[in-house]
Design a binder for this molecule. Structure first.
Ligand code: G4P
Length: 285
């Protein structure tokens, strides 16, 4: 679902998240493993504050495993617990309650000392739209809940859902906005499908994708579109022309750009990660 963010929405979304935060022991910050930093809310650290957090790099099945390992190390170096998962496989989600209990071990021990037999750890999911919050919630609690509150400004009675006997999650995730005013971030989010197609030009995103794959994953491009090594040495605009012609789009380069975006999202260009730690700092310079 496309969500339009306006300053009023942002303020409201922030307030809603802050209200929910008061009720939880820890936060599951969900990001897309292909864009771990671009798919984070720019104000999240400020909003979450000192609350313990687990960075969940979701959609790891679509991301470059070597780069995912770099990101996990990066977040651990920053002092966060971090894990990569594919939320489509419920088995992998078992790590979440386990890690949460490890993180909250002291608090659990204190509660036990006060006579509470099996104290539950309470958590909430937070993330920008489309990173997989609803999928994770549903798989964690092994139910299929219609997440009706999955829209900023839609309030409903909140409930605690049991993932197991001692781990509960709030049934409404916290939804925040990405830093989409930054063009490099916007391009990454557009290529992965995290932001609505209506808000970007496919020719620009398609060309960004083509240049990214030429520079970072040339073999994936070669295989997907039956290219030669010489083709890959062409300037990107010439390669776009060739691709367009060979794929039956003649000089309709926009349709080729659309195809490339589609293929990148469907995984036809293999597993890829669009950024490494520090890239966004460089973009800002
Ligand atoms: P949100 O609540 O954060 O907005 O995200 P949501 O769970 O709705 O997930 C957004 C899309 O990402 C869904 O696909 C979902 O199936 C997919 N997804 C979630 N986690 C993973 C994952 O780990 N790996 C992969 N490959 N995909 C994942 P959709 O096409 O929008 O919907 P649907 O076809 O699944 O209904």
């Amino acid at each position: 679902m496309a969500i339009q963010w306006f300053p009023g929405h942002m303020a409201k979304a922030k307030k809603e998240v802050q209200e929910k935060l008061k009720q939880v022991d820890l936060v599951l910050e969900i990001v897309d493993a292909r864009t771990p930093e671009s798919s984070r809310n720019p104000m999240l650290n400020e909003i979450i504050g000192e609350k313990p957090r687990i960075m969940v790099l979701n959609k790891a099945d679509l991301a470059d495993p070597n780069k995912t390992a770099v990101w996990i190390q990066h977040y651990q170096d920053m002092g966060y617990a971090a894990m990569a998962i594919d939320a489509q496989h419920a088995r992998q989600l078992k790590q979440i309650p386990q890690l949460a209990r490890q993180l909250m071990a002291e608090k659990i021990a204190r509660k036990k000392a006060r006579g509470i037999k099996n104290p539950a750890v309470r958590a909430m999911c937070i993330g920008i739209p489309n990173v997989g919050k609803s999928t994770i919630l549903n798989r964690l609690v092994k139910k299929n809940i219609a997440i009706t509150g999955n829209k900023p400004g839609v309030t409903k009675n909140q409930q605690w859902l049991k993932a197991d006997d001692s781990f509960q999650v709030l049934d409404t995730p916290g939804i925040l906005w990405p830093k989409f005013e930054d063009q490099a971030i916007g391009l990454r989010l557009a290529l992965t499908g995290a932001i609505a197609d209506a808000v970007f030009q496919e020719d620009v995103v398609g060309m960004y994708g083509l240049e990214f794959f030429m520079a970072n994953y040339p073999n994936a491009l070669k295989q997907a579109y039956h290219l030669t090594a010489d083709d890959l040495n062409l300037p990107s605009s010439d390669l776009m022309v060739i691709l367009s012609q060979r794929n039956g789009f003649a000089d309709d380069y926009n349709r080729m750009a659309e195809r490339l975006i589609f293929d990148a999202r469907q995984g036809k260009l293999g597993r890829y990660t669009l950024e490494l730690p520090g890239d966004n700092d460089a973009d800002a310079e």
